[in-house]
Design a binder for this molecule. Structure first.
Ligand SMILES: NC(=O)c1ccc[n+]([C@@H]2O[C@H](COP(=O)([O-])OP(=O)(O)OC[C@H]3O[C@@H](n4cnc5c(N)ncnc54)[C@H](O)[C@@H]3O)[C@@H](O)[C@H]2O)c1
Ligand SMILES: [Fe+2]
Length: 465
């Protein structure tokens, strides 16, 4: 129905008759943003980078940069990825079309504010007009920050960081174009509007979540994940699994409040919605079928290709629906890491890979959330491959899904819960303290939390399987 037709109807009905007798489906009233007392949202929107997928497609990025009319490009990577085929092909692609570029390779794995500031300073030091990230989430997120602050050189770091630590301001200038080439499967950061960093003074990670930081183009090339070592494949795969599960079980967008007063203040993480659901469910199906194969046989091209697809799919899903408890509770775990718990990751700092920290509380979290939306947990378990009847009760659903999660952890032989990573019972207070500033404010969590609940979830995660 056109707006003028609706207005005409309103004139006929609302304008001349008693409002109590006006039909409740009056289209004009339904479309009003402010004129009623509804406090929950009524709309959702999808943000996603243009995504190009294909074996060898990294070799195309020179053309993309040239088509942007770029004069000087900053190519960002980490010291490890710099030796992989992904980086070599990216460089070759730029050389083929004579693009002028410089390299910044000093990305910290699991970046901190400080390490991002280094990249930002480099990005501001010369007139770069385009950015390329070749790496995992650490590289892509660092590049998002470099591009954002280079585009807004006057801004303070915390201006764009989200609450509770930052101001979440809208940048004055749009972000210069960024092409993201993921090398893990993975964070999905190539499709998302988030960049995550550690704030050691708060003993917690946090992030920038602004639609304008989504990459201009995601170049997703299965060749680039063949070199992932075993543990990187496991932990980045756990991240995909939790992105898909958390976004699929998130509070529905139309139960989230407050309703935004203007579209630009609608949060990036909106809650589950019919479009995100499609991507998250498909990611779960792929994980059920290919995750183990992609780890147990690193030369299994089909499995690694599928997991890379699942990573981008889950990125599209969670990038709009959001993540909740596993991610919220993981940020203090990563930040308060006791040592190096993972081979295949840099050993020169205390580091818990993101995917492991996220997976560590997953069993406790989904046990806790099942009762809030059992149907969603049931579909998730079935999509991952469980043979479970549609009329199963909550207890059965929860046990089945959590057994599937334990099964992955056990089969891959990962550290068993917080204790497996060096935490003790006495650390739970510190973890809870850091989490209690942000986790109870996760408005898309299917179940609300408080300090006590958070503490119990950590306690249950001391040993998982
Ligand atoms: N922005 C988002 O939407 C988002 C989502 C999830 C996670 N994250 C963040 O991403 C980071 C984690 O990223 P990640 O899990 O992709 O890993 P990563 O970028 O931290 O890399 C992990 C390790 O794998 C190595 N590596 C990466 N690709 C490789 C390859 N193809 N071959 C050989 N080695 C390779 C790296 O050098 C590094 O040592 C965390 O900081 C996390 O908070 C961001
Ligand atoms: Fe994640």
């Amino acid at each position: 129905m056109s707006a003028s037709l609706a207005r005409g109807m309103l004139h006929k009905m609302g304008g001349s008759c008693c409002p109590h007798h006006a039909p409740t489906t009056n289209p004009f009233r339904m479309a009003k943003l402010h004129g009623n007392n509804k406090s929950t949202d009524y709309a959702f929107e999808m943000v996603c980078s243009t995504l190009r997928f294909g074996k060898g497609v990294t070799l195309e990025i020179g053309y993309d940069v040239r088509n942007l009319g770029a004069k000087k490009t900053l190519l960002i990577t980490d010291k490890n990825v710099q030796n992989t085929i992904a980086f070599k092909n990216a460089e070759q692609a730029l050389k083929m079309v004579n693009i002028e570029y410089e390299i910044f390779d000093d990305v910290l794995i699991e970046p901190s504010e400080k390490s991002m500031q280094k990249a930002i300073a480099f990005a501001k030091s010369k007139p770069f007009d385009s950015f390329i990230a070749v790496g995992g989430g650490s590289v892509i997120d660092t590049t998002k920050a470099a591009a954002l602050y280079a585009s807004n050189p006057e801004a303070d770091f915390l201006d764009f960081v989200g609450p509770p630590f930052g101001k979440s301001l809208q940048p004055k200038n749009p972000m210069l174009p960024l092409i993201a080439v993921p090398t893990t499967a993975g964070t999905g950061s190539e499709t998302t509007a988030a960049a995550i960093m550690d704030l050691p003074e708060h003993k917690c990670k946090t992030g920038i979540r602004l639609r304008c930081i989504k990459p201009y183009l995601a170049v997703v090339d299965p060749l680039n994940v063949m070199s992932m070592p075993r543990n990187v494949a496991i932990y980045s795969g756990f991240d995909v699994l939790c992105h898909a599960l958390e976004s699929y079980t998130a509070l529905p967008y139309d139960q989230r409040s407050p309703r935004p007063a203007r579209p630009e203040v609608r949060p990036v993480y909106q809650g589950s919605n019919p479009i995100s659901d499609v991507w998250s469910r498909e990611a779960l199906r792929i994980i059920g079928q290919y995750f183990r194969r992609s780890v147990f046989d690193p030369s299994d091209e089909e499995a690694r290709t599928e997991m890379l697809k699942a990573s981008s799919f889950a990125g599209i899903g969670f990038g709009n629906a959001g993540v909740h408890l596993c991610h919220g509770l993981s940020y203090p775990i990563s930040s308060q890491a006791k040592g190096c718990v993972a081979h295949d990751y840099p050993q020169d700092k205390n580091l818990i890979p993101h995917g492991l920290s996220v997976m560590t509380t997953a069993v406790a979290d989904f046990e806790f959330t099942t009762a809030a939306c059992p149907d969603r947990h049931l579909v998730a378990a079935q999509t991952l491959g469980a043979d479970i009847p549609n009329n199963a009760d909550n207890e059965y659903i929860s046990r089945t899904l959590c057994d599937q999660l334990r099964g992955f952890m056990k089969d891959f032989g990962v550290p068993n819960g917080l204790k497996g990573m060096g935490f003790e019972y006495s650390d739970i207070d510190h973890l809870t303290e850091a989490a209690s500033h942000s986790v109870p404010n996760i408005v898309i969590s299917p179940k609300s939390t408080d300090r006590d609940i958070i503490s119990k979830l950590y306690e249950k995660s001391l040993t998982v399987y």
